[in-house]
Structures are given as C-alpha cells and as structure tokens.
Design a protein around this ligand. Sequence first.
Ligand SMILES: [Zn+2]
Length: 590
Amino acid sequence: MNKKSILLHTFCLVVLVNILPLKAQERDLTYEEQIKAFTTDERFYPASIAQIIDHPTIPSPLKHFGTIIGAPGVMHNTSEIYGYYQALAAASDRLMIQQMGTSEEGRAIHLVMISNETTLANADSYKAMLAELADPRKTPSDRAEELIKNGKSVYYLNGGMHSTEMGSPEMLMELAYRLLTDDSEAIKHIRENVIVLINPVSEPDGRDKQVDWYHRYTKFRSEWDDGFPRSTPYWGKYVFHDNNRDGLQITQAITKNIFKIYYHWHPNVMLDLHESVPLLYISTGTGPYNENVDPITVGEWQTIANYEMTSLAAQGLPGVFHWAFYDGWWPGYGVWVANTHNSVGRFYETFGNAGANTYLRDLTKSKYAGDNVTSREWYRPDPASGMVNWSARNNTNYMQAGVLASLTYAADNREGLLKNFYQKGVNNTRFAEKNKIKQFTIPAAQRDPSMAAYLVNQLRAQGIEVHQVLEGEAVGSYLIKLDQPYSKLAYDLLTEQNYPKEAKFPPYDAIAWTLSMLYGVDVEKNEAFTHSPAELELITEEVRYEAKATGEATNYVLDYNAQSKTLSALYALKQYSKNAKAYTSDLSLL
Ligand SMILES: [Zn+2]
C-alpha cells in the first residue's frame, strides 16, 4: 500500500465511524416501573428521576442489592452501602472512593468523588486550583481569572448525619449510579462541569444502630402515630441529634471529617440532607442572619433555593418551600463550615418515615414560622395537602430531584460560583481596612493560660491564622490579624453577638458564642496592627501550655485561680503519689 492509499483508507475509516448512528442507551424498564409502583401518587413523581439506564457493566442498585432504592422494607447498613460504592468504583473510572477517617466506634467515614473520567484523573489539580482561589493574598486577580475559567464547581453532598433520617444514604447510591451511567445531555452537563463529593454516611455508628432498630422493631408497625419509638434510644457513641451543633468546638469524628473534607477540597457548595419537614424545605431561613456572613453568600442562599424551587415546580412537585424554618444566625452547624469559609452551606429537610414503611401522615398540625405547612404563602406557592400517604420512594424522589436541580445550577454557574468564592476571600483579606477592629491580641499573661492555648488551637482548627509575638513588651502574646481569608469568622468568634431584640421569631438555636468569654480568656481588641510581620511567627503546630513544679520539697503551693485543669492536676497528683494530700487554704490568712 502506498502512502496515498493509506491516507485514503484512514479517511474512509473516519467517515465510517462518524456516520454510524449513536446507539441509544438501554433503559432498565424493571427499575423504572418499580420507581413508579413505589411512588404513592403521580404528583410525587418528578420527571428528572424517571429514567434509569440499564448499563452493561456498572451495577445498578437493583442488580447489586436485588431491590431498587426506596423499596418498601429495605434499608442498608454501612457495610452494604460502602460495598456498593466499591462495586461502582471497580466498574467505572468516573467514581473514586477514599477513606477520610474513622468514627468513635471504629467504622470508616468515606468520601466518594464523581465526575467525568478526565476530570477525575486530574482531581488533584482541580483541588489545587480551589486551594489557590481560597487565598487571594497569594493569588492576584489575573491568576484568579484563569483559575475561574479552567476550574470546576465542587459540590459536596452530606448524607446520614441524623441517623433516624434514614433516606439520604439510600438516595445517594441511586444518584451516584445515575451520574455515572446516564449519557443524557442533562447528566453529561453535570459530569463535565462539576466534581460531586458524597459523604454517604457521615455518622456511621448511628446508621448501623438505627438500621438494626428498623429491621428488628419498627418495620412491623403499620401506623405512624402508634406511640412506638421510631428511633433507637441513642445512636451516636457520645452525641445524639446535636452532632449538628459541634461546628464551633469540632469534638466529634463526624465534624472533624466534614471539616477535613472542606479543607481538602474547598467545595463551592455544601448541602446537608435532613428529614423532618414536609415535603421539602430548602434552607434560606427567616433571619436574623448571622451578621458576619458575606452578603454574597446570603444572595447565593436565595438564588440557589429559588432555582431549585422553580425546577421542582416545573416538574409539578407540591409542598416545596423555603424561608419558614430555622433562622440563619448560629454558625455552628456542620455544613456551616462552608458559610464561614467563603463557600455556600445549605440543607434540605425532606419528609421521612424513619425507615422504609409507607404511612398515612397527617400534616394538618405542622406549623413553621406561624403558618401551617399546608398554607399557600409567598415562599410556598404549591403547598402539600393535609393528609399524605408517604413512602420511602417519595422521599427519595423529592431529595434526588432537588439535588439534581442543584447540581444543574452548579454546572450552569460554574464560573459564577468560583468567582464568588474568590471574591469572598478578597472581602475577608480587606476586612481590616473597613472595620474598626483590625486585630485581636491574646496576651501572654492569663488567669488560665492553658485555656488561652486551647483558644489558639480552636481558632486554628477553624482555619484561622494565629501569630505569636517574638520579642518586645508583648513577647509570647498571640495575634489574630483581620487581613486573612477567614477574618470575618475570627471576628464572629471573638466579638459579642447582638441578636436583634425585635426579631420576629424566637431563635432556632444559640444566640451567643464568643469563644474568649466561653473559655475565660482575656482577648484585647486592637484598632490598629501592633507588630510588623518580622516581629511575628505564624503558629503551625498545636500550642501547649505546660505548668512546672519548681524546687525540691515535701509541700507545694498551687496558685489557684479557678483554672480549668485544676481538677485533672489533682487526679494526676494522686496517680503520681498515693499518699499525696491536697488542701485548700486562703493564703492571705496564713
Ligand atoms: Zn436532621
């Protein structure tokens, strides 16, 4: 064959490939029919979840488990759920799974990442781009523009925080399968523009207890209001429902891992999936909003919620609303790590039955912000009816249709979300320029120095930079300068709150949290920067205060100032010497 004919052959081959019709994807009609069958009413059946692809090599939940997601009586525990994601990871290079941590009882906490093959193969470079955008001090605006153009939206879905709210770990498996297998324009659009992060069961200890409880007890009940407890008596190892009140102290594995995922990825949007309010509540909140949340974020709460409301209205779903539930004031919910770190953090409340039974539910007595949930309002244009026959599949449909709308928003507004993320960082680094307070000082001399060290560590756990003074009068003091990416959070945590007296509704949670006051640490507010960078050192490791006993003696005096560690010091003393005795005495009387 001469060169010319090779070229000709190549040309013919290309033409042949191009004229072959694209084979339509096979649909899994059995799966689709079962979705319909387990949905109790046509009104609860959105178009965006109706199609399921019959993929030749990637297992659907039906092929893997033998039942579809939301089938009556079916709830999966963590090993089954993680097993399914591992099967997906083995079958598709559009999904990766990574262990992020371990729960208090030793169960894994995983992160699932989904996008198209090319994006996922370059996941680390997209992660690095977001890290660059996160710190405008290192990223000038022309570089930011480039990153915004080439970056991806990163959308973090948090499942299974509250164990009795059992639907999200189930729904997320079907969502993952859909995102991997469906080649429709709508899903391809999401895959091409968004990296979807899924924490499938953020509280795995609770999940397994609650799944056992369901299979052992509540699965056999036929009425919702029969008085039988639908929750295991206690599900977390140490913390129950208030695992969602740990975002300021960060004490539990669930919170530590949510924060870890945030700092690894800097997701543009975080959505926490809850269940309590009929039929779907989208968080915007009634206000008063936290004063230190960037106005861009407040705008994004409204924009995204209204986008989702509109999309679900177009699919005919009743009972979707925003505004009338929770306020938006307290910054300590798990997902608020996004709001306080320049992203946008939100949640859904869908309607769950604490399991996979179908019950007749009475909504006539449910009120939020003074209005019955069945009333038509500006924020609820199509309310639910008073009595609903509600199934686990209905819950799956609502949650998944909302999430798909939200992912579409993130795909459509990829550049806008990245731009806002960067701009919020810029606003933070310029906070000191506009604000009366420019800096906080934690003086070295403290009544309780170990709590001052604790405060420094807690601020650092929030991603706030703390410097130590190296020389001069204030040597050993710690400074928090308000020209850093999370200045507003530092300001929020170290100043007094002013919850408006005239607020129209009672607060949803705590109204005050000033850490320095909670910990009994003196913190000064400075109206100017007091030190040059050369006089300071950035703290990069955990700070420890170590007390010392000086001198060789048989009796020691401890200068007691109600330090938080006094009691543990007395226990340590007893461990050191069984015969040791401790007395209290007013030294001024000696
Ligand atoms: Zn919840």
